[in-house]
Design a protein around this ligand. Structure first.
Ligand code: FES
Length: 142
């Protein structure tokens, strides 16, 4: 697989027209992470009711893969229980690091190919790591 093969129609669509880009009026939690390799940053804002992530937005800047990943993540996570979001997160990370993950990741399946490109793994996992940070900080605060 060449690096160019990663840039599927799905990834290009989400990077050019990111879903859920922007801000929430009253987020329960905001968390951002920076990719130390390039300095790009993704910030997530979550609304949480009970144990359900009822809404999510992202902002920041990054490469096509990081933006597409964040865009797809917001769609995948909205409406999920916190524990299910964390399970999704670990399954996704396993899938992009060559681990054994047979779980259906929905549109985020499009990112499995980055497992062969370690630098791109950091791009694809930026938003998911921000999600884990947000959930952990939120859980510590309640
Ligand atoms: Fe910076 Fe991908 S090159 S997040």
């Amino acid at each position: 697989m060449n690096l160019d093969d990663i840039y599927s129609e799905t990834i290009m669509d989400h990077s050019q027209s990111p879903r859920n880009y922007g801000h929430l009026d009253q987020p329960a939690k905001i968390a951002g992470l920076r990719n130390p390799t390039c300095g790009d940053q993704i910030i997530l804002e979550l609304t949480i009711e009970g144990d359900v992530i009822t809404d999510i937005r992202f902002s920041g800047k990054g490469c096509s893969i990081s933006i597409a990943s964040a865009s797809m993540l917001t769609q995948a996570i909205r409406g999920k229980k916190i524990r299910d979001a964390l399970t999704f997160s670990s399954n996704f990370k396993a899938s992009i690091t060559g681990g054994n993950s047979n779980v259906d990741l929905g549109e985020m399946e499009a990112l499995r190919g980055v497992s062969q490109f370690p630098n791109r793994v950091k791009c694809a996992s930026l938003s998911i790591n921000a999600l884990e940070k947000a959930i952990n900080e939120y859980s510590d605060g309640i």
